[in-house]
Design a protein around this ligand. Sequence first.
Ligand code: FAD
Length: 253
Amino acid sequence: MTLLSSPSIRRVQRVRHDLRIRRLAVSRVQRISPGFAAVCFAGAELADFTSLSFDDHVKLMLPSAAGEPLRRDFTPRRFDAARQELTVEFALHGHGAAGAWATDAAPGQSVTIGGPRGSMVIAADHEWHLLAGDASALPAIHRRLEELGSGQRALVLVELADPADERRFDTAAQLELQWVRNAQQWLAALRELELPRTEGFVWCAGEARTMATARALLRSHHGHPPEAMRVSAYWKSGAPAFHEVLSEPAQQP
Ligand SMILES: Cc1cc2nc3c(=O)[nH]c(=O)nc-3n(C[C@H](O)[C@H](O)[C@H](O)COP(=O)(O)OP(=O)(O)OC[C@H]3O[C@@H](n4cnc5c(N)ncnc54)[C@H](O)[C@@H]3O)c2cc1C
């Protein structure tokens, strides 16, 4: 069976969007928990904003002393078309420019965002979904859980150092949830998971080396088909502005 004829890859639809750069203003900031801030951006330029997938990202462009803006990727956590308001949730990891910006963000500040340039739309009607990752992946996981319907089964595995950052999910899906405290525990829990024998889709995101190990585990230990998983590196330990995607079945747009 070739990749293109596999049912799972046909059920991941790649959609391209015209690249739009938008000037917006911070409208609200909420500290969700000690390690997370939700920042809302508003502005008329959001009128035609589209985000088709929880896997999407926008590029946040921040002013820097060097002149060239700093560019960092974030998940569109929620878009309220009626209010023309986009929410992004930042993991306040304490080491980088974007995290520091979000810690001090205040209403009225102007920001520039680009994208999403494209969406990988993963069908919602797989028999089960594994959604797994660290704090950087939690906004996407939360969005996906809100999108899944009743009768769908979601296995969720999240690494968060601080238990105070754990949250309740508003989801109609049948949720099987595990929180762990560090990457080693996360990988051990991933290995020990009993993935259902039926057809399902695996989505993982987080630190680059952890994701590389996760991908190998999913393929060799669990025998999960590569065309039914998307494993992305959202950041890399020790590497500012890192951007790389380990993904299957298709490249990130
Ligand atoms: C498609 C995509 C979607 C993403 N969505 C989100 C999102 O919704 N929310 C979110 O918080 N992040 C998200 N990320 C991750 C985010 O882009 C990175 O964490 C980014 O590096 C943060 O920029 P920074 O300026 O804070 O840190 P950088 O300047 O890039 O890095 C500075 C230092 O901090 C470390 N670092 C970076 N990120 C983390 C982290 N998460 N935890 C611990 N240490 C870190 C780096 O290793 C480096 O040593 C996403 C990434 C991608 C690719």
